[in-house]
Design a protein around this ligand. Sequence first.
Ligand code: SF4
Length: 95
Amino acid sequence: MTTMNLPLVSTCSVDGCSYNHDHDCHAAAITVLGASSACGTYVDVAAEAGTDTTAQVGACHRSDCVHNDRLECSASSVEIGPAADVADCLTFQAR
Ligand code: SF4
């Protein structure tokens, strides 16, 4: 897998995150954590953060997801939003 085909964060509905500009995630890449699919890149600081491009999923520790392959995400895109945590991967699907 190259960085060119990492899954895009198609939408993020977490308004309080500094990387979120109009429901687009602008971190270069996010990391999804293992316990509850929490977005480990979520941060709430005063300044707007990130790049001009839409974020990709750089790594995912949720190995019990059907889309997880060697701790990388193989979905075509993912959706992030509030669930168990303030920001979770809503595309998670248990194996
Ligand atoms: S869809 Fe599954 S593998 Fe992809 S980021 Fe979400 S939890 Fe991780």
